[in-house]
Design a protein around this ligand. Structure first.
Ligand SMILES: Cc1ncc(COP(=O)(O)O)c(C=O)c1O
Length: 400
């Protein structure tokens, strides 16, 4: 039977970049299996479980529900609760009929990309940004138009850059951004969404890190432009990565298309998670305690990085990452991450995932871990920089 089903006749769709963060996680796990205690600064997930009320609701649902399928758009109760969340958090009214419950923001990417764009259409993607946007679009045959941002504009895209990108059919924005932590404030959203509206460009704004912000609560893009497609998820603020639950808020005209795709692709998001997830919205106190820890960790790690001679770091206004320029070390990000794992037992993620062109110049550090681990990692980095002669005197202000 040899050669009957040759691998070179598989679809090119699977021929995309891996999600390199997963490889960093694998390397860290292998180092751990070899007997080392690793400080995990590579993982993009909270180190806490779901809120207590969610876990209690899940236990109750297991006892009183058959946990069958739900409608493809999600349970009416959860869709209504999500809509109410917009009122509570942002003071805006969202019709529950515009809410689609998904299998996390990852599921939202699949549904929304398929519903919005056809193969060959051109979608602007900010670099650096969450790698799955680019990889999923490629898998679907949609053309990725890279819009590189850097420290000059605080890692925010400008309308001049959008103008220069050539004709676009779509644009994907994120606020706060993974990996930079940069927020699109009201004035940025107004400008960028105004441009998109004037050019008839469909925009997705990924708000999965909303709630995880330190000095200011950004507006939802829905408050600025009712026609954008917004993603959010239970994974980050609600500390529920493995529950695989998220949502989309979309214009009413897109909902039937999202519904048909969801019916055919997944039938429904996980029912147990939907039943339990409702309780998350009333667990703000517990979630905000995590945010307080992220804020503290961010300040601690920013201080350590500066003492270690790393002075070019994106403004981490939200999310739980630091995007650190490592050019002065003389190492590529991949080399540096390998060294830090071997020499310091610190796992970090090289920037190539987020920016395939300039990513070897940046490392992403997650500060979602425990306070003790973040402080210890900072101390080890300071020691490493001193031993390597890289701890040049600080040039920047103390973290706020
Ligand atoms: C910006 C961004 N969007 C989407 C996702 C996917 O999240 P999930 O599928 O867990 O909701 C992630 C995960 O890290 C992310 O960082």
């Amino acid at each position: 039977m040899e050669g009957v089903r040759p691998a070179d006749r598989y679809s090119a769709r699977g021929d995309i970049e891996p999600f390199h963060v997963m490889e960093s996680m694998n390397a860290a796990a292998a180092h751990e299996r070899a007997g080392n205690r690793v400080l995990h600064l590579e993982v993009g997930q909270p180190s806490t479980p779901a809120p207590l009320a969610v876990r209690a609701a899940a236990k109750a649902a297991l006892d009183d529900d058959i946990i069958g399928y739900t409608g493809a758009l999600g349970t009416p109760e959860l869709r209504e609760r999500i809509a109410r969340w917009y009122h509570e958090r942002y003071g805006i009214d969202v019709d529950p009929a515009r809410v689609v419950v998904t299998t996390g923001a990852s599921g939202s990417c699949v549904l929304a990309f398929l519903a919005l764009w056809d193969p060959g259409q051109r979608v602007g993607v900010i670099e650096p940004s969450y790698p799955c946007y680019r990889n999923d679009l490629k898998a679907f045959g949609i053309d990725v138009v890279s819009i590189p941002v850097d420290a000059e504009t605080d890692f925010r895209p400008t309308v001049e850059q959008l103008d220069a990108a050539g004709p676009l059919d779509g644009l994907i924005l994120a606020s706060p951004s993974n990996p930079t932590g940069v927020i699109l404030h009201e004035e940025h959203l107004t400008e960028l969404l105004g441009w998109a509206s004037a050019h008839a460009v469909h925009v997705i704004v990924d708000e999965i890190y909303h709630g995880l912000t330190f000095d200011i609560e950004p507006p939802t893009a829905l408050a600025v432009d009712d026609e954008v497609v917004v993603f959010n998820s239970f994974s980050k603020y609600f500390s529920m990565t493995g529950w695989r639950l998220g949502w989309i808020v979309a214009p009413p005209t897109l909902i039937p298309r999202l519904e048909r795709l969801a019916q055919n692709l997944t039938i429904s998001a996980p029912t147990l998670s939907q039943r339990a997830g409702i309780a998350a919205f009333d667990a703000r106190e517990e979630c905000d305690e995590n945010v307080a820890r992220y804020r503290r960790n961010r300040n601690s790690m920013l201080g350590s990085l500066r003492l270690a001679g790393f002075h070019s770091i994106a403004p981490a206004e939200g999310a739980f990452y630091l995007w650190v320029d490592i050019a002065h070390t003389g190492f590529t990000a991949s080399e540096l991450c390998r060294r830090w794992l071997e020499e310091l037992d610190i796992a970090a993620t090289p920037g190539i995932d987020f920016d395939p062109v300039r990513g070897e110049r940046f490392v992403r550090l997650s500060i979602a871990g425990s306070e003790a681990d973040i402080d210890e990692a900072g101390a080890r980095l300071i020691g490493w920089a001193r031993d390597s002669g890289l701890d040049a005197p600080g040039q920047e202000e103390e973290p706020g």
